[in-house]
Design a protein around this ligand. Structure first.
Ligand code: ATR
Length: 271
């Protein structure tokens, strides 16, 4: 008899995670026998968690959230190029031989809503230099973007990331005037509920520029409001959240999620 395959999201705290809703929605739509749950794991139990789960043949893997994204790499035999480049994993799954592999689906999830944009050689603005910025810069470097203007409260951190990802450009303070750019991405906490808004003068952006905010609480950030007021195309943080989950879902359950239901999924996430 085979038992129900399952995956989960681990973190501390974990109650706020949207991942069970997203993966559960897709499992239900596909009629797949599978389960996806949220599991509270504290740092001291992380090694034990991976040891127990890797011995469970029904376990397909997990998503990883704060504060385990870096530490998880120590408990997985194959951290891929995640350790050296992004430095943090948000997904652990089983390879064909069953061994655990760490990856970070934020980079592909970030690109998925802008897959039709040809970014090669295009100038881009990135705001922020934290963990989320690393996944975004990794994805942008893979997309062969042109110059990157990285705006951050601490420009030195931005300069270090540009160098790390082999990107040409400038690291500047948040007060710098924007250059002309095809894409502007906010990866910082600015605009998130409880934080100051990201207050940029968008005037230098051309009419065809896309403004992308990976913040999803609130969904309409002051940055996206300002972009819409200028009739610029916008991408919100729920699109990246769903995009990164979609990559992980396929790694866990071996089926592509039914993205034609994204409208219904977004409504559920916002309810
Ligand atoms: P994450 O892993 O989610 O990206 P993080 O590593 O804490 O989170 O990074 C948060 C980002 O928001 C950083 O770019 C940070 O700027 P610094 O690199 O200067 O710390 C930025 N940030 C956080 N609080 C900020 C504030 N009050 N004003 C401006 N930027 C802020």
């Amino acid at each position: 008899m085979t038992n129900t395959p399952y995956a989960e999201v681990i973190g501390d705290p974990i109650a706020h995670s949207k991942s069970p809703l997203i993966h559960g929605f897709w499992l239900e739509k596909l009629g797949l026998a599978g389960d996806y749950r949220a599991t509270h794991v504290v740092a001291d139990d992380l090694a034990d968690f991976f040891a127990r789960r890797s011995a469970d043949p029904d376990w397909r893997g997990c998503n990883i959230t704060v504060p385990h994204k870096v530490a998880a790499l120590d408990h997985v035999p194959d951290p891929g190029d995640v350790r050296g480049m992004i430095g943090a994993a948000n997904t652990v799954f089983r390879g064909e031989d069953g061994a655990l592999i760490a990856t970070n689906t934020d980079a592909a999830g970030f690109l998925s809503p802008i897959a039709d944009l040809d970014l090669a050689g295009q100038p881009v603005v990135v705001v922020g230099a934290g963990g989320a910025a690393r996944a975004v810069l990794f994805a942008l470097a893979r997309s062969n973007v042109g110059r990157v203007t990285l705006l951050n409260r601490t420009p030195l951190k931005g300069a270090a990331l540009l160098a790390k990802f082999g990107l040409k450009g400038d690291a500047l303070p948040l007060t710098a005037r924007l250059p002309e750019a095809a894409l502007l991405v906010n990866t910082s906490v600015l605009g998130m509920t409880g934080h100051d808004p990201l207050d940029l003068d968008l005037t230098p952006l051309p009419a065809e520029a896309v403004v992308y905010d990976i913040v999803y609480a609130p969904l309409e950030t002051p940055l996206l409001k300002a972009a819409r007021a200028r009739d610029l195309e916008t991408v919100d943080g729920l699109e990246m959240l769903i995009g990164q989950a979609a990559v992980a879902f396929e790694l866990f359950f071996g089926a592509a999620p039914p993205r034609e239901h994204d409208g219904e999924l977004r409504a559920r996430l916002l309810a």
